[in-house]
Design a protein around this ligand. Structure first.
Ligand code: SF4
Ligand code: SF4
Length: 308
């Protein structure tokens, strides 16, 4: 059985990558499971998706804890513990990172036991956040590393999975997927299938079991006010919303009302200000501003020279 885990940020096409790879496996005659895992309305937050493929019925369920291949669309996720990128890596796990840095640099930095490869997807697009072609690149690279998916099956799977986005999106994603497939030719078949994991080998998740108690005891009471301020969701962003105050007509309520995190405060003179510690970059404000006074700037370009 092949076990593949994709990691990325909400909006980077990781879910689509797993669907494309799953369908490509299916076209090659495999039984397939693919599933994403993410919360609601989480653009920029760590998400992952996984694919299992085998020539026999797949009885395993749940998240993949012992992957054969881990594909990381966004290198900035590596140091984030909640992303769990390095979870379960063994000496036979291939780690593919979306990064312009050399594999040797990452191998030295992470000291992971298995092979490390890089896919310079961010460099290709020139923009860390312009996606979801990154997802397509990851699917294409993964297909070649597995060595059991033909180029035409990858292309057909991608066309089937993203046809709903229109022919221009299909063409752009297909180009990225096939380029990544070709770029991984020297490593074709590097990922080997692993044996089925029997029930006797089951590893319980590392969660803490809580005893069942009456709701009056077990239900949480939060007595401290404003605790959500302590969650700095600004680290989730791939894009920063930037207000053009020349264009903003101080309507005073639309962006601040629609912001799901209440991260836009309006001053007494009706000027909106974005709280970047708590703006997670969902870009709802960009979509709703009537005079298009808010634009999305890739996070890496939001520098002091280009004030936010
Ligand atoms: S919605 Fe647009 S125009 Fe209205 S306050 Fe916000 S930025 Fe200004
Ligand atoms: S300020 Fe804009 S991008 Fe940031 S969380 Fe609010 S709506 Fe989303």
């Amino acid at each position: 059985m092949y076990r593949i885990r994709f990691h990325g940020r909400g909006g980077q096409g990781v879910k689509t990558a797993s669907q494309v790879l799953g369908t490509a496996f299916f076209l090659e005659g495999y039984e397939v499971q693919d599933a994403p895992r993410y919360g609601a309305e989480r653009r920029g937050a760590p998400v992952f998706a996984y694919v299992r493929a085998a020539h026999v019925p797949i009885m395993e369920r749940g998240v993949i804890t012992r992957p054969d291949l881990v594909v990381v669309a966004d290198e900035t996720l590596v140091p984030i513990p909640a992303a769990g990128v390095l979870q379960g890596l063994s000496e036979r796990t291939v780690l593919l990172l979306g990064s312009a840095e050399r594999p040797e640099t990452w191998q030295d930095r992470l000291k992971v036991p298995g092979p490390v490869l890089t896919l310079p997807v961010a460099a290709q697009t020139g923009d860390h956040g312009v996606l979801p072609q990154i997802g397509a690149s990851c699917a294409g690279a993964a297909a070649r590393l597995l060595g059991v998916i033909r180029r035409e099956s990858l292309a057909r799977a991608l066309q089937e999975e993203i046809a709903k986005f229109g022919s221009a999106a299909v063409a752009a994603n297909l180009e990225c997927a096939l380029a990544a497939f070709d770029a991984m030719a020297p490593h074709a078949g590097l990922v080997a299938a692993s044996a089925e994991i029997g029930a006797g080998d089951y590893q319980a998740p590392e969660w803490v079991d809580l005893p069942l108690e009456e709701a009056a005891v077990a239900a949480p009471d939060i007595h401290g006010a404003l605790t959500s301020e302590l969650a700095i969701t600004g680290t989730w962003r791939t894009h920063t919303p930037m207000i053009d105050y020349e264009r903003c007509n101080r309507c005073s309520w639309i962006c601040s009302t629609f912001c799901p995190d209440s991260a836009i405060k309006v001053a007494a003179d009706h000027t909106p200000r974005i709280d970047l510690d708590h703006c997670k970059g969902c870009l709802v404000c960009v979509a709703v501003c009537p005079p298009h006074a808010i634009r999305a700037v890739p996070e890496r370009e939001a520098t002091p020279e280009n004030p936010r």
